[in-house]
Design a protein around this ligand. Structure first.
Ligand code: B12
Length: 425
């Protein structure tokens, strides 16, 4: 089978300001699962393209693929003040493919996986895989190649005979034993841009925190530390990469797994720098010390949602983590959401005081929340009539609590002007 894989992301910013171009690492892991002795494969990355749909059309004409896989990373740029919706360009791309080819169009990626059925319908693709797909992809292409049924593969999005879009039950969990095919990307262009090259460190839900409420948070596994070390050693040797982003929703959770990975990096003697997300409530000074010694240069923290816990409790947890980082000298950042349901003048001031006291290396103050399905904000948005149903969330919708709506932006701007390291997004 001839397979063309396309990374459709063209967003080159983080929080609307900083230039950050994440390498399409998901697609590179996917490509690694393809058996090239059986299939001919090409990869097209649109990050540096001036005409995404046009470039895909040209590649399809020239290569003549049987299957085109589109990776969809961001639904939009998540900016309330300067919103850019990405899906119309993907839809246009699918239409251009249809104009010159009969190839099957398959979608996947983190944005696709948020509302897979709605996304498939909107972009008019044939098939999709929701969620983690590294090894599910190779299973699917083998089945398609052999003309076999594939609807039992977890997370497959397909059209029933009558055209209705269905999503098969469950989600796939990859092992990531095959290292990403960065050789298929123009890595020179990515040099120095962003927070580092993504490397998966935990599997299952910790890697792919799904918005599907059927997952309860207990399902995760650590990727073997020696395998992570082998992967970063290979990337460093083959591509001269020495800055990584460990993909993990909480690198420090649980602390013993985090320590094992730091120790494995230290024992390997690799001189690398890395960044990752951390969460309050897990780990001690020894862990933060090990993180720093093994090359961590930035720990990213965020405050949002919070579910049933009180704001003060959440801020205390973050403050304790910030103090640990300060004691060890590890820089950290804070990303704080403002305007969530229940926000008041008092809670806004409490968050500002908190940021003032912990002094992060930089802070992002988010004005409003990009509403995502299966969240308490989505529930509030439906109740308040901002959206009719969660299916509307394929398009960017921002929520700002009514009680603070009139003055919140001015208040945050005032603070951002007074703090050079604070950004408004
Ligand atoms: C790490 C990360 C970042 C880092 C990136 C650092 C780096 N250098 O890589 C930083 C902090 C910079 C970042 C920034 C942003 N991010 Co971000 N980020 C993530 C995170 C945590 C992991 C992404 C990742 O690399 N995964 C690892 C790879 C291996 O997995 P993957 O890409 O998902 O690919 C797998 C599957 O999706 C699938 N797949 C992928 N492609 C394809 C293609 C086909 C055909 C198929 C079948 C399957 C498939 O298989 C792959 C293997 O399992 C996710 C949340 C999450 N846990 O998924 C959010 C996430 C991707 N980010 C998101 C967003 C919105 C952003 C920003 C726009 C935020 C902002 N306000 O600026 C920016 C955009 C940056 C940009 N220029 O594009 C959203 C995107 C969805 C959405 N809401 O629209 C996510 C899902 C978070 C969320 N839940 O909302 N991000």
């Amino acid at each position: 089978m001839k397979i063309l894989l396309v990374a459709t992301n063209q967003t080159d910013r983080f929080m609307d300001r900083m230039v950050v171009r994440p390498v399409p690492i998901g697609l590179a892991y996917l490509a690694a699962s393809v058996d090239e002795s059986r299939h001919e494969m090409r990869v097209l990355d649109l990050m540096f393209s001036d005409d995404g749909p046009g470039d895909v059309e040209d590649a399809v004409k020239e290569f003549g693929p049987d299957l085109v896989g589109l990776s969809i990373r961001n639904l939009d740029n998540q900016s309330s003040s300067n919103s850019v919706w990405n899906l119309p360009a993907v839809r246009e791309t699918v239409s251009r493919i249809r104009g010159v080819s009969e190839a099957t169009v398959l979608c996947g990626g983190p944005a696709f996986s948020i509302l897979p059925a709605e996304c498939l319908e909107y972009v008019e693709a044939d098939l999709g895989i929701a969620g983690d797909a590294a090894e599910a992809f190779s299973t699917l292409i083998e089945r398609l190649d052999a003309g076999e049924d594939y609807r039992d593969i977890p997370g497959i999005v397909y059209r029933e005979d009558g055209g209705e879009v269905m999503v098969s039950e469950g989600r796939f969990v990859s092992d990531f034993h095959n290292f990403p095919r960065l050789d298929l990307l123009d890595m020179r262009k990515y040099n120095g841009s962003g927070f580092g090259i993504g490397v998966v460190t935990k599997l299952a839900q910790a890697y792919y925190p799904t918005l599907d409420s059927s997952f309860d948070g207990s399902d995760w596994r650590a990727r073997p530390p020696d395998e992570v070390v082998e992967e970063i050693a290979g990337l460093s040797r083959d591509f001269g990469i020495n800055k990584f982003f460990f993909i993990d929703s909480g690198f420090n959770v649980p602390a013993d797994a985090a320590k094992s990975l730091c120790i494995a990096i230290l024992e390997s003697g690799l001189k690398v720098r890395w960044n990752s997300y951390i969460r309050p409530g897990s780990g001690d000074e020894e862990l933060i010390q090990l993180m720093k010694q093994s090359g961590c240069s930035l720990a990213l923290m965020s405050e949002s949602g919070g579910g049933s816990r009180e704001l003060s409790e959440r801020l205390n947890g973050l403050e304790a983590m910030a103090h640990l980082c300060d004691r060890v000298g590890l820089p950290f950042t804070m990303n704080v959401a403002f305007g969530e349901p229940g926000e008041s003048r008092e809670s806004v001031e409490q968050k500002i005081e908190f940021l003032d006291s912990v002094k992060p290396a930089f802070a992002v103050l988010r004005l409003g929340t990009r509403v995502l399905p299966n969240t308490s904000v989505a529930q509030a948005a439906v109740e308040e009539g901002l959206i009719e149903s969660e299916s509307d969330l394929l398009r960017p919708v921002f929520y700002i609590e009514e009680d603070v709506r009139d003055w919140l932006e001015d208040r945050l701007r005032e603070e951002v002007e007074a703090h050079p390291r604070w950004n408004l997004s």
